[in-house]
Structure formats: C-alpha cells, structure tokens
Design a protein around this ligand. Sequence first.
Ligand SMILES: [Zn+2]
Length: 366
Amino acid sequence: MEESFVLRNATCVNGFTADFVVEEGILSKVTAAGSGRAQRIIDCSNVYVSSGWIDLHVHAFPTFDPYGDEIDEIGVKQGVTTIVDAGSCGADCMAELADSRERAKTNLFAFLNISRIGLSRVDELSDLAWLDQEKAVQTARAYKGFIVGLKARMSKSVVRDSGIKPLHIARSLSDATSLPLMVHIGSGPPAIEEIVPLLHKRDVITHYLHGKPNNLFDEEGKPLQVLLDASQRGVHLDVGHGTASFSFRIAEAAKRHGVPLHTISTDIYRGNRLNGPVYSMANVLSKFLHLGYTLEEVIAAVTMNAANWLQRPELGRIQVGDTANLTLFTVKNKPLTLFDSEGETRQAAKTIKAKGVVVNGEFIKC
Ligand SMILES: [Zn+2]
C-alpha cells in the first residue's frame, strides 16, 4: 500500500470542498483545497467524495446460479466499498463465503439464509426439513460480526406449500440469535398483510418498491396500513432493486406519499449486472435522483443509513482518524435512459457515475 496520498479538491454532497489526506490507511487530515501534502496527488476537481458506498443486498457467492457474482465485480469495481450478501448462503456454505473475504478488496458481511441449503436452489423454503434451526444457531454464533442478520424469502415461488411457516421459524431463530430479519417480499401467497405484522423494529423489508401483485401499495398508489404501521415501529425499508423488484410506478407513489427512503440496495448478481435492469449501484442511484430525492438523500441511503443499520457508524461517515473508506463519483448533466423491472423507462437528465474508491486505505480507480 502506498504510504500517503491526497484526494485534491474533492467535494462533499453538502458542497464543502477540501483536500482529503490518507496516510497509512487512515484518513489523517481534511484540509483547505490545495493545501494537502502527500506523496501522491489525485486530482478530484469536479468529483464528489462520500464515505464508501454500502450495498445492503447483493449476491456475492459466485458458484450459485443464477443468484451469484464475484465480490469485487459488485463491490469496489463499481464504487461500493462494503457489500452485504443477502442470504445466498445458509449454514451449509457460510464458511466458504466467509473465507472468500481473503481474496477480495471489498468489505463483506452476510445475512444467513434460514434454509441450510441457501440459494443452491431457488425454492429453498419449500421443504421445512431444510430449516435446520440448531445448525443455523451454531453458524450464527461461529460467524458473529460477519453475519448481520437472518434472511427469509417469503414469496410463493420460494416457499411453495410452506406458506407463512418459514417466517415463524425465522422469528424464533431471531430470538435465539438476537439477529434481525431481512424478509424478501414478492408474489403471494403468503399475503403481504400476513407477513409484515410479524416484523419488528430493525427487521428489514427488502424489495419494498416491487410492482408485482401483493405489493405494499393499493390500486391508487397509497401505502397499505401494514406498511405505515411497520415504518412507524422502526421496520427498515430496503430497495433491493433486482431483476424483478423495482417499479417506477410504485417508487413514484412511495415518494408522493412520503414513505421514508432508508437504504438503496441493488440485489445485484451476474445476470442483472450484465443485462440490466440493475447494471450498477450508480445506475440505481441515478434512478432515485430522477425520482426527485436530493443528492444528499440519495447518498445517505447508501452510506449513513446503511452504516447505522449495520451498527457500524464508522462505515458511513467521513471522520479524521477512521480507516479510509471513501467513494469518488460524478454527477453530470448527461441524459440517461433508465429501466425498471416492469419494462418501463424514464429519461433522466443527470447521471451518477462511480470514479474510484478508497477501500481500507487503498485507492482503486473504477
Ligand atoms: Zn436477493
């Protein structure tokens, strides 16, 4: 690792411009633009700097198909310094996922799939015999700190005839491990009104802007009472864009009705990275900018909000003395066609593009 460098003339989303000096992996100084001293100067004029982007929902276990990808392809190479694998692995392959951190630059955390087989098949909750509670608890203990929650995918094609039962099992595993749940929602049954009331403060609903039947909004686009109640009691809302789970129509309704924006995540894996509609974190962020959220709100949803949910505030702030995890990006007045999961498009006037990261003190160009 180079000993020191300075990100010269970089601008924060609040408009503050400065030099950011990194020495031996640590953000050592934030000083007047042009005054930072280091062995290497990296010109960041007209470039934004934020704390490193965090993607709360990805699939980073490359051997699984279709839901898998290489860690750094969906991490540092697209401006994301921290990714959270959203239940690709259950107890059976968690050790392998944990070991893969050694071969990657990107910081990695994981949700443990409540099914021991994880996403080795896509109906992992259809046979309750795969929900080995003892093994799940042991695994959660063995990988404390790395595992940040439990994942239950509660939609028809995943649970088949198991109905709501996997969620009750997830709930008891949550009690046994003191880990929050991330619940994927989609087509029913189970009905959304049956799922959401079971979620507690700090549990996560991922795919909350999906546009399939059984979504969280009524015909007129008003948020359902179960969503308002959940948000009121501190349930966390996560985008989890994915191939099939983001609708402009629903996202516009959510914005119109003031549903809070907590975290923007991609649900990225090989297929939707290469062929869309996800492509990259920056592309998904451009969608939220187009929806009318401010740049500060959009960036907070991939930095501070995600870090706070992880209870790792240092990953979502810029503070002298911290290990340097930063993202460099541009926002250009450049038209861009955006695609959602329903085949709808929008024409954006502005494009967000990742330019580079500093991950654990190391500078990597995108
Ligand atoms: Zn996913």
